[in-house]
Design a protein around this ligand. Structure first.
Ligand code: NAD
Length: 385
């Protein structure tokens, strides 16, 4: 057996740890570039503390999921300010923007020199500038992954800039920052984490280290996503979900993902659906299709035993099987009530194109069984409403 495992340089976790942010920033120098979400005033106290430590800072606000245009604009500002450290506080959109800016602060040239698929795909040569990644959603785990997913507006796709040199120097995971998420956001981001844990656990690229991380994350998401959705002030449930998200990022960065994420790139580029909604809507149908395809075409695949184990972890029943995992996920998704993808612009006419793009997506390579065109289209048909 051979495997590699990489994650953020250092991880601090726990309620209240975000109080350490000003000191962490100061440790990297007096010029900081801040990437924040749509309501930067929520972090005014941190900005005040940076100022009182004589740190000069510029900030960039990310609204919506990040695009290449946003990253180019933010990079120009960070380069002009000769920023030494990037502090990103927000959801996955903010963290990915921060990671991309940190990479381009030390690597000359344009974003498209390094962007996969639609760019030149050149490798980064230099370690990214120090990036401190502070998640405020519990879903993406982007604080410990080494890519940034960016929309390319004129090409209707989402692609990554990716390099191990982009791993954040610090991941500061403070569950208290997630308490303000409304139920719908808790649901969609939490389902993203659950999807990442399941896909990494059944991936044909899983290893014993990612397995351990996935089992722990699945237990926590299994017992707490519904609770966090029903009561956003339930601190224990929020803590479980922050850990589940962190672990999902550690797992996906090292074990890759599967069909849900194979679809997420094309659907994210072609529709206005948020990433978490795409994942949550597709998850039950992808799990169902994978289990059926494995039973029909690869009954001796170890992935079937993995799905059985997912069933046992999520239901808490020692006799549960893969079919119980499917039923549990379907019931959870019904409770969380995510809108169908039609609402975000997907129509039946898009199915063949989306399925074809998903089939060739890099995430599809980690899926435990190859799904055919009919199965892929059937997944989309079930997720549209
Ligand atoms: P997001 O960052 O897009 O945020 C969604 C909304 O939630 C925004 O309006 C934001 O302002 C708001 N928000 C964030 N935190 C909040 C809080 N605590 N309280 C209230 N509102 C809050 O959502 P996300 O799901 O975290 O990130 C999605 C992005 O992450 C997508 O672009 C996706 O492609 C990317 N992603 C990246 C990775 C990776 O490894 N790099 C993994 C998964 C997803």
């Amino acid at each position: 057996m051979q495997f590699e495992f990489s994650t953020a340089g250092r991880i601090i976790f726990g309620p209240g740890v975000s109080a350490q942010i000003p000191d962490l920033v100061a440790g990297f120098g007096p010029r900081a570039f801040l990437v924040l979400g749509g309501t930067p005033e929520r972090f005014a106290h941190i900005l005040d503390q940076l100022t009182s430590r004589t740190i000069t800072w510029q900030s960039f606000s990310v609204t919506g999921e990040p695009t290449t245009l946003m990253v180019q604009a933010a990079t120009a500002a960070a380069r002009a300010a000769m920023s030494q450290v990037v502090l990103a506080i927000g959801g996955g959109s903010v963290l990915d923007t921060g990671k991309a800016v940190a990479a381009l602060l030390t690597n000359a040239g344009d974003l498209f020199d390094y962007l996969e698929v639609v760019g030149k795909g050149r490798p980064l040569r230099k370690a990214a500038a120090p990036c401190i990644a502070v998640p405020t959603t519990a879903g993406t785990g982007a604080e410990v992954t080494y890519n940034a997913v960016l929309g390319v507006p004129d090409q209707h796709v989402k692609v990554s800039i990716r390099s191990h040199l982009m791993l954040p120097r610090w991941a500061v995971v403070d569950p208290i920052l997630t308490h303000s998420m409304p139920p719908g956001l808790t649901a969609s981001t939490g389902l993203d984490a659950l999807t990442q844990l399941i896909e990494a656990f059944v991936s044909n690229k899983a290893n014993p280290l990612t397995d351990g991380v996935c089992r722990e994350g699945l237990q926590r998401a299994g017992r707490s996503l519904r609770r966090a959705f029903q009561d956003g002030r339930d601190a224990n449930a929020r803590e479980d979900m922050s850990l589940a998200s962190l672990f999902s990022g550690m797992a996906l960065a090292n074990a890759k993902l599967g069909a849900v994420h194979g679809f997420a790139g094309p659907l994210g580029g072609q529709t206005l659906a948020p990433h978490g909604v795409i994942c949550g809507k597709l998850l039950p149908y992808v799990v169902q299709a994978n289990v059926r395809a494995l039973q029909d075409r690869a009954a001796d695949s170890p992935a079937l035993a993995r799905f059985d184990e997912v069933g046992r972890i999520l239901t808490g029943r020692s006799t549960a099987r893969a079919s119980d995992a499917v039923a549990w996920i379907e019931e959870l998704c019904t409770t969380l009530g995510l809108p169908g993808l039609r609402r975000y612009g997907l129509s039946e006419a898009d199915f063949p194109t989306v399925a074809a793009k998903a089939k060739n997506a890099s995430s599809m390579k980690g899926n435990p069984v190859e799904l055919n065109d009919e199965e892929l289209v059937n997944i989309l048909r079930q997720a549209i409403d």
